[in-house]
Design a protein around this ligand. Structure first.
Ligand SMILES: Cc1cc2nc3c(=O)[nH]c(=O)nc-3n(C[C@H](O)[C@H](O)[C@H](O)COP(=O)(O)OP(=O)(O)OC[C@H]3O[C@@H](n4cnc5c(N)ncnc54)[C@H](O)[C@@H]3O)c2cc1C
Ligand code: SF4
Length: 167
């Protein structure tokens, strides 16, 4: 499966990144590890005009201790790095344990905390290829008034698969 066409931006400062977000608004998405976004784009669940990578922003990969002892965690920290961070392990063992629930080591090596927290909800009837989805009527999430998962539902019950926010 191929990705749809899009414009790729890789800002080198936070200011550049924020300007791009302001400029393109809803036409842009943020790319962190890409372990979820790129699949959704291949499935044509998301077809953004612009993809803004966080890959060149090292300040988003930092874990900084605050004066009150809490931690400020950059959204682009990989799950592997966070789980191994001594302050995270010591102060937020539930977060570390939640991270270990995410996929496999390969996924965690690339996936980020920000991406995990910003996952869209998932449903077996929607998270499919474009061809598969075209073979049946849409649902509440995709613009019709019915739900295939729960026939009597009046709202979408697709779930979040984010394991780090459950901790
Ligand atoms: C094989 C496989 C197994 C998986 N298993 C699990 C699992 O068990 N548990 C689980 O929780 N997840 C799982 N996932 C889903 C996903 O890989 C992870 O949730 C991962 O943490 C997503 O992070 P990412 O950096 O790759 O996000 P991306 O794919 O880059 O982005 C995900 C979404 O978040 C948005 N986003 C990313 N960063 C930011 C930011 N800083 N600000 C605003 N929006 C942002 C993106 O625009 C996109 O909409 C799995 C994925 C795969 C491929
Ligand atoms: S409306 Fe129903 S079928 Fe559609 S995504 Fe939500 S739960 Fe799934």
């Amino acid at each position: 499966m191929q990705l749809p066409r899009f414009e790729y931006l890789r800002p080198e400062t936070l200011g550049e990144g924020l300007s791009a977000l302001r400029k393109y608004g809803n036409e842009a998405v943020v790319l962190a590890g890409g372990t979820d976004l790129l699949i959704n784009m291949k499935f044509r669940l998301m077809t953004p005009k612009v993809v803004i990578s966080l890959g060149a922003l090292p300040e988003l990969c930092e874990v900084a201790e605050q004066s009150d002892g809490s931690l400020c965690i950059g959204s682009a920290c990989t799950l592997t790095d966070l789980a191994a961070h001594p302050l995270v392990a010591a102060r937020y063992p539930a977060l570390r344990d939640g991270i270990h629930e995410v996929g496999s080591r390969h996924v965690r090596n690339t996936a980020t905390l920000g991406g995990n927290l910003c996952l869209d909800t998932r449903c077996w009837y929607v998270n499919q290829t474009e061809t598969w989805r075209a073979s049946r009527e849409g649902c509440l999430k995709t613009g019709t008034d019915r739900c295939h998962a729960i026939k009597s539902a009046t709202r979408c019950h697709a779930i979040s698969s984010s394991d780090t926010h459950r901790c």
